[in-house]
Design a protein around this ligand. Sequence first.
Ligand code: ASP
Length: 421
Amino acid sequence: MKAWFAIPLWKRVIAALILGVIVGYIWGPGAESIKIIGDVFIDFIKMLIVPLIFFSVVSGIAAIGDVGRLGAVGWRAILLFVLTGQVAVWLGLGLGTWFEPGVGIDTSGLPLAEISEPQAFDWRTMLRSMIPVSPVAVMADVRVLPLIVFSVLVGIGILLARREEDEGEGSSGAVATVARIFDGGALLFQKITILVMELTPFGVFALMAWVVGTLGLDAVAALARLVAMNYLGCLLIIGIMYVGILKFVAKVSITGFFRGMVDAIAVAYSTASSSATLPVTLRCTQRNLGVSKPTSSFVVSLGSTINMDGTAMYLGLATLFAAQMFNVDLTMGDYLIVALLATFGSIGAAGIPGAGLVMMGGIFVAVQVPLEAIAFVAGVDRIMDMMRTATNVTGDATVTVTTASMLGELDKHELASADDV
Ligand code: ASP
């Protein structure tokens, strides 16, 4: 038992992945009999969709409350977070559309839950479906779009009420307590997610054996294409978007930046957790990149929860992959919904391993892609999670350095001297 936990989770997952492929290849369709283990794993992930989105989105929006206090820094950072996030989402959708990683697998033999006919895009229907008429029903039915609308409203409500409370004399502090409850709830469900992630090696083993046993090696090739697209997307985000911003907006040395950040990037890649990497990212931005303590603590911590470009790109890409796999036609309206959900999904995703996978389940439900698709993608999620986390962390540092540089408070000498270390 001790020996099992002594091996880092990602190594256990990769071993399970390889073993699953081998067992599925040898066992063939009979591997279906162990799919139940994978189903249980996915059920636990589904369990997390509603509470994790609700608590994390509310506490993420409420965290913006400090933005006003940090004025110039806050707004610049948020603007950069939003802009880079949008480029990332559409990059994921673009890669998925052009390269069609999910086309060519014959899934016709798989038993699937009924999917209703795709409906023509009608903005009136879409608008109304976004309104959480009954928040309880929305949660019970796992309807992600209205759930996000509701969570954003609760977050905004907290922001407004807290401002009033801060200004008012003799305030009871009740709203601040509510905000803390959401922070606590988000933390609590993050812990539960980490627990559920301990099931990953078993789930991955069973799912890969089933996928390969029933669909053959074609499925492995398709999954390999998805993983390759994910790495390509992340590398484009880092190599073109971040490098471009650092060079032309922040005007800093690129090698200095990456040398200064190498520790954080390595920790992010191996832990697949932006939150766990936070202390290292803070140290790198302050010590090696020359950003002042107040600016870096604020921008890096806010970024580690709401700025996840790797995750945003992945959510778009994975949804297209799953839709292609199951021949679900996505309309332009669906693309817009996916883009919107991927944006909020990346804001709402906690900085922990597997958070993107939970959000992905939510998006599948919204655009009527069979939830069974999670079972396919889950098998290779960890390898992709590592890369998107490294991207997320690099993005946080890029925005931090750029904001500091825009305000003329960056110690460029320190950053350049990272060249010599
Ligand atoms: N693991 C990622 C992070 O911590 C989130 C995700 O699953 O995409 O940044």
